[in-house]
Structures are given as C-alpha cells and as structure tokens.
Ligand binder design. Structure first.
Ligand code: SR1
Ligand code: MG
Length: 403
C-alpha cells in the first residue's frame, strides 16, 4: 500500500494504468491537474486513441484555499466516495460513477464529466438549464427522504449518522457561514466599498437571533444525510443532464440546508446579473428564468417528497398524521429560506466568494451586485420563520432588485 502523499501528474498516470482494464495496455495517457476548488487536487487523465478518460480526486491534508496552516482531515475522501456510492443508488444517473477508492492516498477515481460544464460557469455565460429543477428536486427528495427517519430503518439510520460524522468539514460551515460574517472575524473578506454593510451585519442583534437559531439547527438536527455543499459549483450540467459532485461536506443535518444552498446560489447569480446581462431587458429575462427555477425546484421537491412520504414512509405516526406532514414541509421551506440567506451573506463578506459576483470587472456594478445579494440574504434570514410559500422567497429577490 502506498503511503499518503500528494500525487504528481506522473504518479496519477501510473495509478490509472493499474486500474483493471480501464485504459488499453500501453495507452498514451495525458494527465492534467485541473482542480480549481478550495480543497483538493483533481487530475484529468485521458487516452485520445480510445476516447476513454477519468477523474482522480485526491484530498490534501489542508485547505488548499488557505494553505498548510489550515489542516484538514483526509477522512473527507472516504465520506465523499461513500456518499457518492449511496447517492448513485438513491438517485441513479444524477452523480458520477465511482470506479475506485484508495483510503491510503485519500483518492477517489470517478467518471469524467468533461462533456458537462460547472453550472455556475454556465449560468454566468447565460445558459439556461431546463432539466435542472426536475433533476435536482429528484436528487434532493430521494437522497434526503431515504436517509431520514421517514424513509429508512431508524436503527440503521443511527449507524449511518455515525459513519458520516464529519466534524472538521462541519466546523468550516459553522465558522464560515454561521459565525464569521456576523462579527469582525479575521477570516472575513470583503471589498472596502461595502465595509458599511459588513459593519451593519456585525451590529444587527435581530439578525443574530435568527442566525443563532439556524446555527443551532445545523449543529443539532440530524434529519437526513445531506450533500452539505450543494452550490452551483457542485453541479455539472448541460441543458439535458445534471450531475451532482463533491459531497465531501456530507453529514446528518437539517434538510433545508441542502435546499437552501441551491436557492442561495441561484440568487447569487441573480444578483450578479447586474453585470452579466447585456441590458435591462435581458437582465430582467434571465432573472425571471432564475426565479422560475427557484419556484420549480421547491414545488417539485415538495411534490416528490410528499409522494415518497405517501408511498414509502416507514414511520407509523408520521404516515397516519397528515397534519404532521404539513408541519414538516412548512418547516423545510422556512429552514431552506433561512439557510439560503446565510449562504448568500457568507459569499459576500466571508471567506470564499463566488465568481458570479467576484468576476464582475466593473467596480460599481460589482458593488451593486454585492449590496443586492446582501439585501436578499438578510431579508431571507429575517423572515425565515414566517415564510409561508416559495412565492415570498421569489418576491424578496424581485423587490430587492427593483429598488
Ligand atoms: C475553506 S473551504 C471554503 C468553502 O469551500 C467549499 O465549497 C465550502 O462551501 C466551504 O465553505
Ligand atoms: Mg466542493
């Protein structure tokens, strides 16, 4: 067994050659390290002659975005490969196939999805994804229902909770999403032009109460096995296909956190349309497409999760108490709104931003987009416990943009 060390491209090729019959013997393999995320090495290995290719993802023992001063467990590679396998069973066709996992090297070998594009980049380029709402709602409804106490044996669930204890990755979320943006933390990062808005967040006691309640849910509610980082950079898409990647933040948490991540990242792109759309008409069209997608994601998720509850609920009192289902679904929507707000705010004032906003070249347009995102995020947080329908979430975005 090879001891852990970060691989070179040459070593990645050598490992690829040992993977059964994947590549023809003696193939002229080309390898590139293409990782552009915050944490890992990602090698793309291809054989032009046979047209075959694969991805090798290796966890580094620290957060790449910060450096070696921020050590990070390699166990996240196990979590990611096990979660991908489980997702592949629960939501077939919506995640990459896993070919191999090497625990010593913290290495997962998986399907190459280079014929897809990271959805965040696609949205920035103005691409619409007509299949996305249906696919992501299926992915969330099935992976979340069948790992919850509604959809699986409740004793087996406790073993799954244990297998997916992910304290170091959860701590990143607890700090970066539910703490730093609300205080003058050295982790924060924001443009000097919006210092007034950041300082307002630090002083806002009403907002802190809502964030503290959402943080408590994240810390204590083991509702279902979450993806844990379901932003548009964790989705490979074409207009006809959706593949969810990168579940290294997976853990047992509140269902609304995954749904909120999807909504938040569509809204961050909505804010970024300050620049990405060519003119006011195109901006309003693309924003309408994004808000329609948010509405569809929630409504389809709600319909599919309720259908699973009707067909497959294993919990007697839950299946025989319709009012409990109504209470549960209402709470999911409210949690999703609150978590979406937190996820928007962190991408503007916290560590680790999104290119939908940061790549806006014009400083004035960028500042306008940042302030719009903060207005939407804080309104979602403030109102989360009163949210009655997805229309209210959409209205918050549209009315903030109209100001
Ligand atoms: C230090 S890691 C920063 C962020 O990258 C991941 O995608 C998560 O969103 C995390 O918060
Ligand atoms: Mg990731």
């Amino acid at each position: 067994m090879t001891a852990y060390h970060p691989l070179t491209e040459l070593e990645a090729v050598q490992i690829a050659r040992t993977l059964g019959q994947f590549f023809p013997e003696g193939a002229d393999l080309q390898c590139r390290e293409i990782g552009d995320g915050n944490l890992n090495l990602v090698f793309h290995i291809a054989d032009a002659a046979s047209g075959k290719s694969l991805i090798m993802k290796q966890a580094l023992p620290y957060a790449k975005v910060v450096g070696e001063s921020w050590p990070l467990t390699l166990d996240r590679a196990r979590i990611e490969s096990e979660k991908l396998l489980l997702e592949g069973k629960l939501a077939p066709g919506l995640v990459p196939a896993v070919y191999h996992y090497d625990p010593a090297l913290a290495l997962t070998v998986m399907e190459d999805l280079s014929d897809h594009l990271i959805m965040r980049q696609g949205l920035i380029a103005g691409t619409r994804y007509p299949k996305f709402a249906d696919d992501i709602s299926t992915f969330m409804a099935r992976t979340l229902f069948f790992t919850s106490d509604l959809g699986m044996n409740q004793q087996d669930k406790k073993n799954l909770v244990k297998a997916f204890i992910n304290p170091e990755l959860c701590k990143i979320t607890e700090d970066l999403i539910f703490d730093d943006p609300y205080t003058d933390s050295p982790n924060n990062s924001f443009a000097p032009a919006i210092r007034d808005a950041a300082e307002a967040l630090w002083k806002d006691g009403e907002l802190h109460l809502e964030v503290a309640i959402l943080r408590e849910k994240f810390l204590t509610s083991a509702q279902a096995l979450l993806h844990g980082d379901l932003h548009t950079g964790s989705v490979f898409a074409t207009p006809a296909s959706t593949k969810v990647i990168d579940p290294e933040f997976a853990f047992y948490g509140p269902i609304g956190f995954d749904i909120g991540a999807v909504i938040a990242n569509l809204l961050l792109n909505f804010a970024g349309q300050e620049h990405w759309s060519e003119d006011a008409e195109k901006r309003s069209d693309f924003r309408r497409y994004l808000t329609d997608t948010i509405r569809d994601v929630w409504q389809l998720f709600d319909k599919k999760f309720r259908a699973l509850w009707e067909e497959s609920c294993i919990d007697r009192i839950a299946s025989e108490t319709p009012a409990y289902k109504e209470y549960y679904m209402q709470r999911l929507l409210q949690d999703a709104a609150g978590f979406a707000g937190c996820k928007i705010v962190r991408r503007i004032v916290g560590l680790s931003h999104v290119i939908d906003i940061d790549r806006i070249p014009d400083a004035a347009a960028r500042e306008k987009a940042q302030r719009l995102a903060l207005a939407i995020g804080t309104a979602l947080i403030r109102g989360n416990r009163r949210t009655q329908s997805i229309e209210e979430v959409v209205d918050i975005a549209l009315s903030a943009a109209a100001k």
